[in-house]
Design a protein around this ligand. Structure first.
Ligand code: GLU
Length: 465
């Protein structure tokens, strides 16, 4: 078998959305699973609707998701001369013709001929008129069927009489999508075209162009849409966001690719796949043919799984970046990556995203004097009754020679025994004192991450409150 060369060919008319990203992922997996090549082509021929910003966003998104491409990025607009040369060749070989009729007139002509069950003679029509200007149309065969076996949808066949004489070159001289996509895919050596199923009706037309040029026809696979939970087109509210918005919300790229792959592809009951596993296991045989429903809750679960498994050092780096984005470089300097690396393991079991983790790490990274308190928690737990208990604890901690999780635990056990009270009497007051709220990771772990000085400073500030 030939080496698979697949591609992703987005139009830079908007950001890369989650649906487009999934198409790119499947195409990438197709290539990687077979040790083939994955190419990226920016289809920027619609000058009015394309933008550099959108192009950059596509490239950034692909990079962030880890869908690296082989070779140079191809910009379709660079190939206009080549597209026109192919159109000229199709005219010369009798597969295309100039036409001055409106689309309606051409359709009516074809329909009339079909009805009369005759080959249209096109008397006076453009097909055989030898006109030298106008749009250029493809001479669609008047009989026969164009069939292909879709990698996702199975066999598809269309009667050629159902296809119109598509325009290859507009009156302004610009080549159309159907022509350009065929020429570029051929020239880039693409032999596997994976794309959204909004293109399935274009495929027979494109196959006819391949045949007219005497080129090998690639394999095609059309991936169904992603729908919202209401079974309608995925809306923003339900997750139809750009890939970079997921990045900004602090989700991990491997969670996005894992979740997207599972939307439409399966391998038994397995839910979590590393990129390497997906590459190893991917096959188009397991691609589903019905639209999948985007489930934000499930996605967040997947992300949580990856948050738990992630290397704390990596999370620490991301936390630094996110803090810098939020407060600027100068202020972010007050917290080091190694501070975050200590905090991350504590928060990993519960954090939903990097943004959430940064939020949860706030009590750890501010100096005692700036610790924000949850008012209600303060009222409830920092009372006249708990004050002497906190004072006692603080002086015992101060007196500790060795500050460790073990000595802290022993200290508290002794304290409870001396006072003859239960841990729960003191647990929440301490928690509110050291992190300002009633929720935190384990108390002693938290004290360890804070360190002796911060822990004491916080207890003292709480006592003063
Ligand atoms: N540029 C087309 C689009 O963004 C895709 C073309 C293709 O994959 O064949 O819809």
């Amino acid at each position: 078998m030939n080496k698979i060369v697949s591609r992703f060919a987005p139009s830079p008319t908007g950001y890369l959305h989650i649906g487009g990203a999934r198409t790119a992922l499947f195409s990438w997996l197709l290539a990687r699973a077979s040790g083939g090549e994955f190419r990226l082509r920016i289809e920027d021929t619609d000058r009015a609707r394309s933008s550099q910003e959108a192009t950059n966003a596509i490239i950034d998104s692909m990079k962030w998701l880890g869908l690296e491409h082989d070779g140079e990025i191809v910009f379709q607009s660079d190939n206009a001369d080549r597209h026109n040369a192919v159109i000229d060749q199709l005219i010369e070989t009798g597969h295309a013709y100039y036409c001055e009729c409106s689309k309606e007139a051409v359709d009516a002509m074809r329909e009339k001929a079909m009805k009369e069950r005759r080959k249209p003679k096109y008397d006076g029509s453009c097909r055989e008129s030898g006109l030298k200007s106008g749009v250029v149309r493809f001479k669609t065969p008047l009989e026969g069927t164009t069939a292909f076996k879709d990698m996702v949808k199975g066999p598809i066949a269309v009667e050629n009489t159902e296809l119109d004489d598509m325009i290859l070159r507009r009156a302004d001289g610009s080549p159309t999508y159907n022509l350009a996509v065929v020429v570029d895919d051929h020239d880039m050596g693409v032999n596997n075209v994976m794309r959204g199923d909004d293109h399935v009706n274009n495929t027979p037309r494109q196959i006819l162009i391949y045949r007219a040029m005497g080129w090998d026809v690639p394999e095609f696979g059309h991936v169904p849409m992603i729908l919202g939970p209401d079974k309608k087109k995925l809306s923003k509210r339900h997750g139809a966001l750009s890939v970079m918005e997921y990045e900004k919300m602090g989700y991990l790229p491997e969670a996005v690719t894992n979740y997207l792959a599972r939307l439409g592809w399966s391998h038994g009951d397995q839910e979590l796949f590393t990129m390497d596993e997906m590459v190893e296991l991917f096959s188009t045989d397991n691609l589903g043919n019905s639209p999948s429903v985007f489930d934000l809750t499930k996605f967040e679960w997947v992300n949580g799984q990856y948050m738990q498994r992630a290397d704390p050092e990596r999370l620490a780096g991301m936390l630094c970046d996110f803090l810098t984005r939020e407060v600027g470089e100068e202020e972010a300097k007050s917290v080091s990556k190694s501070d975050f690396a200590k905090i991350a393991p504590l928060l990993q079991p519960r954090a939903k995203s990097i943004v959430d983790m940064l939020e949860q790490s706030r009590p750890f990274i501010v100096d005692a004097g700036f610790l924000p308190y949850d008012e209600a928690a303060v009222k409830k737990f920092l009372t006249d009754e708990t004050k002497p208990l906190l004072e006692d604890i603080a002086s015992r901690i101060e007196a500790l020679d060795e500050y460790s999780e073990q000595t802290l635990e022993d200290l508290h056990r002794q304290f409870l025994e001396d006072k003859d009270i239960k841990f729960k009497v003191i647990a929440q007051p301490i928690r509110v004192a050291i992190v300002g709220a009633t929720k935190s990771p384990g108390l002693f772990e938290t004290m360890m991450v804070l360190g002796k000085t911060q822990t004491l400073a916080r207890l003292k500030r709480a006592i003063e409150l």
